[in-house]
Structure formats: C-alpha cells, structure tokens
Design a binder for this molecule. Structure first.
Ligand SMILES: Nc1nc2c(ncn2[C@@H]2O[C@H](COP(=O)(O)OP(=O)(O)OP(=O)(O)O)[C@@H](O)[C@H]2O)c(=O)[nH]1
Ligand SMILES: [Mg+2]
Length: 432
C-alpha cells in the first residue's frame, strides 16, 4: 500500500445537491468541506460544477443533460479526474467513466485515498489497506480496461492496477491475512493497556470532528510536537503520551483520528481496532471548533459515531476550542448557554486552568496536595505512594515518624485515609 509516485491531477469538482438525499443533520458548509477534502488529497481543482437535482439517476447518478455539459468542460479544460460528493455504486461509477472517459472518484474513495496518503504507523497502514481492499472487493465487477492506465494517481494509491485485476479470491485471501496481522498487533496493544491499568494512570482520549484542534491541544497538554495542520485528517494514527503539567494528576492523553460526516463504513470497520482503544478510556475530551458555523451539526455527528462505537457511556467533557476567533461578548453569551462546557483556545492556552481542574475533578474527584504523616510500620504504604509517583518530598517528623508531601486524587486517597497510623497533616509545626 503506497503513496510514493503521487501525481497531482487536475480535478473537476462535481457537487450535486440531491433533494431526496438531504438529511436533517446537513452541514451549511457542506460544499466547503468537500472542497477541503479534495485539496487535502493534494489535487488541483481546475473546475467546479454545482447544481441541484431532485433524485439520483439509477445508471449514472447525474442526469444526462448535465453529463453532456460536464463532458464539454472536461474536454476543453484538460480535466483528468472527476470527484463527486456522493457515494456511487460500482456500476454508476463505471457508466460515468465510460461516458466521460476520465476517472470518476466518489466521496468514499476520496476519503480512503486521503487516509492512504496519511497512514504512517504499521497498524495504520494495515487498517487503510484493509479498508481499501474491502471497498475494492465490492467493485470487482467494474471494468477497468475502459480507461487508460495511470499509475500513482488518486484512487490508485494503494493496490496497483495489477492487483485491481486480480480476482476476488486473492483479495479475500489478502483481507484474511491483514485481519490476522491486525489482530496480532491489537493484542500487543491490549497487553500495553493491561499494564496501564495496573499502574494508576488514567486514560483521557481526545475525540472530535476533523480539524477541531485535537492535536494542537494534545501537544500543549503533553509537550509533544505532533503535526497539527489546517488540513482534514491531519492525524490518522493515534498517539498516547503522558501529561507533563504538574497541575494534573497521572494522566495519559491520547490523540485520535478525527471524524467526518458520512465516514465510509469500510473505514470504521477497519479502524475498529484502533477505535477499540477508546473503549478503555476513563474520559473523553470532545473537542469542538466553536468558531465553525457548522459546529452544532458536527457535534451531533461525532456523538452519533461515538454512540455507534458504544463510547457514549464514557464520561465526556465538551471543550469548545478556537474561542480566540470569536468576540469576548459572543463567548460570554455562549458560556451562559453552555455552562457545563469548557471554553479554551488551544493555540493561546486560554482557559487551560479551568480545563485542568475540570479534568481533575472528573477523574480524581479533585486533587489533594499536602503532607501526610505515617507510622513507621507503614513502609508498604510509603512504597505504594512512591510507586504511584505521588511523593513530591519526604521528611522525618520531630517524633520520628515518616512525613511525605504528596499529590494524589481524592478518590485514590480514600484507600489510605482509614488506615491506622496514616493521617493528613495539618499541623504546620510538624513541618518545621
Ligand atoms: N485560531 C485557532 N486555531 C486553532 C486552535 N486550535 C487549533 N487551531 C488550528 O486548527 C487547525 C487544525 O488543528 P489540528 O490540531 O490539526 O486539528 P485536529 O482536530 O487534530 O485535526 P485532524 O487531525 O485533522 O482531525 C490548525 O491549523 C491549528 O493551528 C485555536 O485554539 N485557535
Ligand atoms: Mg489531529
């Protein structure tokens, strides 16, 4: 599955608003999002054709009259590729390609192609290949000989033409092998997850619509430098890192792939393993781009996907990001309306204090910071506290007992608080 010889191609953007297919949750800026997807795939939009249609046409999706017009544009503008904002059936694609004599890519294929160009980890690459092959196996009836063969263009990233011509049986075999390799890789991850459980780290996953600012926030929270870009699907492989800020309890943050409306089912299926990692999260930070006019619809879309993945049972804090792009009065009004949500700017680190305390409250029921006094027979408690990474400083009290300055979640502190010989230390004198 490779992306090396990527050829930039002149594309015709075909945006058809089909009245019978409009959903309740429609984005206002659907066109802009589709355009961003094409640009994110590294294509040049040479021409845009936008129109409305009542129903999809069975054979070609688009009406004959429109197709004639599109064909004229293709011939006069040196168009190599048509990209349509819908999912097409295999035969619709084939008929369109036969008529227009250029390659036709539907929205599913476009998203699969972007994923193919972004995958960098072993698991990520396997998952994308699996999704592409699954998609391909539904299209094997498609006659590929009717088009001139180009290597490396969009839609051809991944399995090359020769593979496209191999039969269903071979693809089936490859899918089986990939599934096997993936389940092995996921098993290894499960072992890592188990060792995390044994230590006391909490796992907090950042989820949200693509381009909401998850990676930017992740970088600030973990002092990392993952690639954050104004591109759709900048992040594909999930990354987990430990929190660096002392104001937090022991937390691992996980940055994940962004969601989009109409995420191809093959992708969801293939990424189930990675998304399964989210199942063990203790909390989700749902990052929203509050400056986006479509933020409400996108918020709903993300929650629908989370629900499908059975992730709505995990506590979620809604984080309205990019609040630096809105006026203070607008933000203040929004804060009143959404008073259980957090407002931040990941870029400028505004609102981080509130964010941190919300996370600590949710995860640890708040944090205790202070001195505890332990009888000398509580050596095992002392070493547990050290293992947990809670001890900031240690002393011996004037009466010869152990004193430790600890930082610990209130919930975790409960297990020690009732032990004989363990007490919170309020007496300043002891500390002198
Ligand atoms: N003005 C402003 N821009 C931001 C803020 N946070 C992120 N951005 C920008 O938004 C764009 C997307 O940010 P990312 O962090 O890559 O978004 P993401 O959610 O990880 O996106 P995907 O990985 O594609 O799902 C980048 O250009 C960021 O610089 C913010 O608080 N304010
Ligand atoms: Mg990202």
């Amino acid at each position: 599955m490779r992306t090396e010889n990527v050829v930039v191609q002149n594309a015709l953007l075909l945006f058809v608003e089909v009245e019978s297919l409009i959903q309740n949750n429609k984005l206002d800026n659907e066109f802009e999002e589709f355009q961003s997807l094409i640009i994110s795939a590294g294509l040049i939009i040479k021409e845009k054709v936008i129109f409305k249609q009542k129903n999809p046409i069975v054979n070609t999706f688009v009406t004959k009259g429109k197709l004639e017009k599109i064909k004229t544009i293709i011939n006069s503008k040196d168009i190599e590729l048509v990209i349509i904002n819908h999912e097409l059936s295999a035969s619709q694609t084939r008929n369109l390609e036969l008529f227009l004599n250029v390659r036709v890519i539907d929205k599913t294929e476009l998203i699969l192609d972007i994923f193919a160009s972004r995958a960098s980890s072993h698991i990520g690459k396997l998952q994308v290949e699996l999704a592409q092959l699954r998609h391909l196996s539904t299209r094997l009836i498609r006659g590929w000989t009717h088009l001139e063969r180009q290597k490396g263009g969009i839609g051809l990233r991944g399995p090359g033409e020769t593979q496209l011509e191999t039969d269903r049986r071979l693809i089936g075999k490859r899918i089986k092998r990939l599934n096997l390799r993936l389940s092995k890789s996921h098993k290894q991850k499960e072992i890592n997850r188990y060792s995390r459980k044994k230590s006391r780290n909490k796992l907090v996953a950042l989820v949200g619509y693509t381009n909401a600012g998850k990676t930017t926030l992740f970088n600030k929270l973990t002092e990392s430098s993952q690639m954050a870009e104004d591109k759709l699907f900048a992040t594909l492989d999930s990354v987990t890192r430990k929190n660096k800020n002392p104001a937090h309890g022991p937390i691992l943050f996980s940055d994940t792939v962004g969601f989009i409306s109409d995420l191809p089912t093959q992708l969801i299926e293939s990424f189930k393993g990675t998304l399964d990692e989210l199942q063990s999260a203790d909390m989700l930070l749902h990052v929203v781009d509050i400056s986006d006019d479509d933020h409400k619809a996108k918020f709903k879309e993300v929650n629908t996907i989370l629900n499908d993945l059975d992730l709505m049972r995990i506590p979620q804090i809604v984080i309205n990001n990019k609040s630096d792009l809105l006026s203070t009065s607008k933000i203040n009004a929004l804060k009143v309306a959404k008073n259980d949500q957090v407002f931040i700017s990941a870029e400028n680190e505004q609102g981080f204090e509130e964010l941190r305390s919300r996370i600590n409250d949710e995860l640890f029921d708040g944090i205790f910071e202070g001195w505890v006094l332990m009888d000398n027979n509580l050596g095992n408690v002392r070493s547990t506290l050290f293992d947990m990474g809670c001890v900031e400083e240690e002393k011996t009290s004037s009466c010869g007992k152990m004193l430790a300055n600890i930082k610990i979640g209130n919930e975790e502190l409960l297990q020690f608080i009732n032990m004989k010989g363990f007490e919170l230390c309020h007496d300043e004198d002891i500390l002198l």
